[in-house]
Design a binder for this molecule. Structure first.
Ligand SMILES: [Zn+2]
Length: 418
């Protein structure tokens, strides 16, 4: 890739919640952003559009954004609405699903996503893929400038943070994405036992399922928590001792309350959690991943006149109201799509979730912050999420002014490093 030292951006949304910058020169030195300066103040004596070494890159017709972060995906599952195909992918073997995982990684990269957090698969294939392909000892080093992971399949950078198999309670929701403790052990005991097994692959974080899914027949129906406060807090504490954050699937009042008070790092979904839980999350500095687009996607794949489609849209409205309230209250939101759910396609779904944040009252820079910086903070990947001096020169560019976002994310140009 050509090495550009001056990039002239029409507009820049840097991932913080500050206003959008217009007509700026980004000075890059050895792949790192050195300065960002209004173009009117820069004299490009050594770097002009006619510079034979092409050290000047003209992106004046583009808006630049940090690489996106999707905090909730399932790499082993596609978003196909075909029920037979969905069943098949749950039972398929690794040799088949490794190609599916590779495809999904490509789709994320093509959509401008720089990092994903996987929320679990029942056979742990995403973790195995990372171990065998992305992180293999004989893989070419450095093909991902952000992570150091080699990725011979995608040939570019997607940082994958992977839970492996999620934990759920026996007889409750979660079999699609995980496994249960044995009948004679607590959740923490099961986690401890497993971490001592030969061949254990350390996950990047722990995923726990603490409620059911949203009913599409009975609006707002809550399910009981899967784990008690004592069990959840022991598990979160053990994970922390192992250096791992905990993400908890939770909908409804009691399941969310238990997870937040137990000290989990993020609440996934959080439908119908209520305002008291929003206040708890703000006070505990818990990040919320609302995955609201799932409901719009369900509605689009179901028969429009069906009760299920109508309920999905009511769920979306309710969740959008909770997001609006969370913004007012100062709850930290990071974008996650639940890609792999029905109708939620890897990569492209990010712009749809971004759209819902804006429908709920987030300004464009605020919504982009949820989709970049807040996710990078949660995943602890300081290399991405912000375009500021000292950060790597890695970004996406979309044609036209910011007023065309988020729709313009359907056609991106991407630089993983300049
Ligand atoms: Zn999920």
């Amino acid at each position: 890739m050509a090495s550009f030292s001056h990039i002239h951006a029409g507009w820049l949304i840097d991932g913080s919640v500050d206003s959008i910058q217009q007509n700026v020169i980004i000075h890059v030195n050895k792949g790192i952003i050195h300065t960002i300066t209004p173009a009117a103040q820069v004299r490009l004596s050594n770097a002009t559009p006619s510079d034979p070494e092409k050290s000047y890159l003209d992106l004046t017709a583009y808006t630049l954004l940090p690489l996106l972060v999707d905090c909730h995906v399932h790499l082993f599952m596609s978003g196909t609405p075909d029920i037979t195909a969905r069943k098949h992918q749950l039972d398929a073997g690794y040799d088949e699903l490794k190609h599916v995982i590779a495809d999904h990684i490509r789709q994320h990269i093509a959509s401008g996503v720089g990092a994903v957090r996987d929320g679990g698969d029942r056979q742990g294939f995403s973790q195995r893929y990372r171990q065998e392909v992305l992180n293999a000892e004989d893989a070419e080093p450095g093909s991902c400038p952000l992570t150091g992971y080699a990725d011979r399949t995608a040939m570019s950078g997607l940082c994958c943070r992977i839970a492996g198999k999620a934990w759920h309670h026996a007889g409750r929701y979660g079999k699609l994405i995980g496994r249960t403790p044995n009948t004679d052990e607590t959740l923490a005991e099961a986690m401890q036992r497993e971490s001592c097994l030969p061949g254990y692959i350390r996950p990047d974080h722990v995923k726990i399922v603490n409620s059911g899914v949203n009913s599409l027949l009975c609006f707002g129906k809550e399910t009981l928590p899967q784990f008690s406060y004592e069990e959840m807090s022991s598990a979160v504490r053990l994970a922390a001792q192992q250096g791992l954050k905990t993400m908890v699937h939770a909908n409804g009042g009691a399941p969310v309350q238990i997870a937040v008070e137990a000290g989990c790092h993020s609440i996934e979904h959080g439908f119908f959690m209520g305002e008291d839980n929003l206040a708890r999350m703000r006070d505990h500095q818990t990040t919320w991943i609302p995955t609201a687009f799932t409901m719009r996607a369900y509605a689009a794949t179901l028969l429009p006149s069906s009760r299920e489609a109508a309920t999905a849209l009511r769920n979306l409205d309710h969740q959008r109201d909770q997001i609006r309230r969370a913004r007012d209250m100062g709850v930290r939101i990071a974008l996650g799509t639940d890609a792999g759910s029905m109708g939620v396609h890897h990569g492209v779904a990010v712009k749809e979730e971004l759209r819902i944040l804006m429908e709920a009252g987030f300004s464009l820079p605020e919504a982009v912050c949820c989709a970049t910086r807040n996710g990078a903070d949660l995943l602890e990947i300081p290399e991405i999420g912000l375009l500021k001096p000292g950060k790597p020169a890695a970004w996406i560019a979309v044609k036209g002014s910011p007023s065309l976002l988020p729709g313009s994310l359907c056609d991106i140009k991407r630089w993983d490093a300049i």
